[in-house]
Design a binder for this molecule. Structure first.
Ligand code: SD4
Length: 298
């Protein structure tokens, strides 16, 4: 049976999925592959989506969220609003495997990480400080969100990488994010929330989300999508159902793109978005492809 990796967004997702596949070729298990894929992206200071040098909150602090889930056992681990530690996806894994908790937040997550051997690190770069300064100085300064981050070339990409993987009926999910740009300090979105940003159950499927976290969380978007697969929907139909529900019930879900993507235990996968087309990477047995999913019209 095929081994499949999926990752959100063109530029950051492409880097994470290539690393995940590289680790797979080295013989590592799929949970470790997606952890390492996300970790490499977090540790790249030039990638502004997640980790080092990502977009700060409105105070100018970088606060990171991450989560992972193992569909074999339903074990999960997450951290949120963590400052000065990277890669936080590896801290989330430690929470899952080396603590009695599912989530540890903020300063205590940082303390937990240091106790487990992570070194405190400066997550800002000159560019991330400048980005905050420009935002703080700008006339249009809004406390509301802009949904995606653009790099100096004007290329748009997400502020999150969410990954799913399947091997021999084993499903895993993980996400890492800097959250919405210039978010309220302490704000946490869907990404590290099991059921909202990620979900994986070998018996039903795995799903992940990206985009407007408040709306995705209210929909319990990943859990809802996995439950649709449990009741017989294909991965694509399950994503469509979740997004159609959000468009119908959540007026703000079309203000900023909300995206879900999913994979079934037999390997069919799909994605859907409330607004704007969405780029999703797949890697099926080493063949990489960037898909563009059209947004759903209400
Ligand atoms: C959040 N869902 O913190 C994340 C943001 C995101 O691409 O996915 N950006 O709300």
């Amino acid at each position: 049976m095929s081994t499949i990796f999926l990752a959100t967004w063109d530029q950051p997702g492409g880097i994470a999925i290539r690393e995940a596949y590289r680790q797979h070729q080295a013989g590592l298990d799929i949970l470790t592959c997606i952890e390492r894929g996300l970790a490499v992206a977090e540790l790249d200071p030039d990638l502004i989506a997640i980790g080092l040098g990502s977009v700060p909150n409105s105070d100018g602090d970088i606060e990171l969220d991450a989560a992972m889930m193992d569909g074999k056992t339903l074990d999960a681990g997450a951290v949120c609003a963590v400052r000065g530690i990277c890669p936080v996806i590896s801290v989330a894994r430690k929470v899952m495997e080396d603590s009695p908790c599912v989530m540890i937040a903020g300063e205590q997550a940082r303390r937990f990480a240091i106790e487990k051997g992570f070194l405190p690190i400066v997550t800002h770069t000159a560019d991330s400080i400048q980005r905050h300064q420009e935002w703080a100085d700008s006339k249009e300064k809004v406390t509301n969100y802009v949904h995606v981050t653009s790099d100096p070339s004007g290329q748009l990409h997400g502020d999150t990488i969410t990954m799913l993987a399947l091997q021999d009926g084993h499903l895993v999910a993980a996400s890492s994010t800097s959250g919405m740009p210039f978010k309220v300090p302490g704000r946490v979105g869907d990404s590290p929330i099991v059921g909202a940003g990620i979900y994986a159950d070998n018996e039903a499927g795995a799903a992940g989300a990206t985009g407007y976290g408040e709306e995705l969380w209210k929909a319990a978007a990943s859990s809802k999508t996995v439950e649709a697969m449990r009741h017989g929907a294909s991965a694509q139909d399950a994503c469509n159902q979740t997004i159609d529900f959000m468009i119908r019930r959540q007026p703000k879900a079309t203000d900023i793109p909300c995206v879900v993507f999913a994979i079934s235990p037999t390997g069919d996968f799909g994605a859907a978005s409330t607004k704007e087309d969405f780029p999703l990477w797949s890697c099926v047995d080493g063949v990489f492809k960037l898909h563009h999913y059209s947004f759903r019209r209400a």
